[in-house]
Ligand binder design. Structure first.
Ligand SMILES: C[S@@+](CC[C@H](N)C(=O)[O-])C[C@H]1O[C@@H](n2cnc3c(N)ncnc32)[C@H](O)[C@@H]1O
Length: 274
């Protein structure tokens, strides 16, 4: 889908949406005027916002690689997956674990429309994808875990790599994102791992405050959270080194970046103990 093409009827493009705004920052073409306007308002408050989106994708790549290389993970559940694009879970596993199964979940019908197109393309090429897409909501985790496409693709008796990358901030405290996360963690067997990133006000409270104001004006929920609140998402799972740290500082490829705090996100990976 290219800019401003006619979207499926269920999508209101007059309202900005996080998946399409993120696509805009990542240089994609699946976004509309309202997404770009709010994306630019965020960028005024935090000029490095595109770097932050890219750094989340890079962290996703490092976390998936860690799960494959250090824990032998071959099944992934990516919730709040976003519009398919380079650097996503499907394309990273294609390189580091080509035999793995991936279930991508998102509640945005546009993500689903792209996903179905992707599945049709790969089937037509004679390589039906090992990645399936499910339209479901993180706020209803029991329902999400029961989705037939998910239960057909993943064996929940074997370790799973769960990815919650830049999605929990889109759930209000009233939705209790900690309870949703706990339900998911409880459903997975020992040896499973979870990777989480979350934006925070801890580095630049004023700039993050501007972003939250812009989001409110765009009718979008966006809740930055402090480090201790982000740590609670991991429950009693064991954080792998280096713990919950600025996203650019989590096991960087090569040297630590000059300013690891330049992306206002906390990130971490934890493992479910036996
Ligand atoms: C900022 S994007 C992050 C995309 C991807 N995880 C990444 O880091 O590149 C957030 C995604 O979460 C999805 N999302 C928001 N609320 C959700 C919910 N309640 N359940 C499932 N997905 C949700 C949005 O549609 C969007 O695609």
């Amino acid at each position: 889908m290219t800019n401003d093409q006619v979207p499926p009827p269920s999508i209101d493009t007059s309202l900005p949406h996080s998946a399409r705004m993120y696509d805009y920052w990542l240089g994609g073409s699946s976004n509309f005027a309202a997404d770009r306007a709010l994306g630019q308002a965020f960028e005024q408050a935090i000029p490095s916002i595109r770097t932050m989106a890219r750094e989340n994708r890079r962290f996703l790549g490092r976390a998936v690689r860690h799960m494959v290389e250090e824990a032998g993970t071959t099944q992934f559940l990516d919730i709040g997956t976003g519009i398919p694009a380079p650097g996503d879970t499907h394309s990273v596993t294609e390189i580091v674990a080509p035999d793995s199964r991936v279930v991508c979940v998102d509640n945005d019908p546009i993500v689903n429309a792209h996903a179905q197109a992707h599945a049709r393309r790969t089937a037509a090429e004679g390589t039906p994808s090992r990645t399936v897409y499910v339209q479901a909501d993180l706020r209803r985790p029991e329902e999400l875990l029961r989705a037939p496409e998910l239960t057909a693709a993943l064996d929940l008796d074997r370790p799973v790599g769960l990815l919650l990358i830049a999605v929990l901030m889109l759930l209000d405290d009233r939705d209790d994102p900690w309870a949703s996360t706990a339900t998911l963690l409880d459903a997975l067997p020992p040896g499973s791992q979870v990777a989480i990133t979350h934006p925070t006000q801890d580095f630049d409270p004023a700039a993050m405050g501007e972003v939250v104001k812009a989001a409110e004006q765009g009718h979008m929920t966006l809740v930055p959270r402090e480090r201790s609140q982000v740590e609670r998402f991991f429950g009693d799972w064991e954080l792998v080194e280096p713990g919950v740290v600025p996203v650019m500082g989590w096991r960087p490829d090569g040297d630590l970046p000059d300013d690891p705090n330049a992306a206002y996100y906390w990130a971490g990976v934890a493992r479910k103990p036996s």
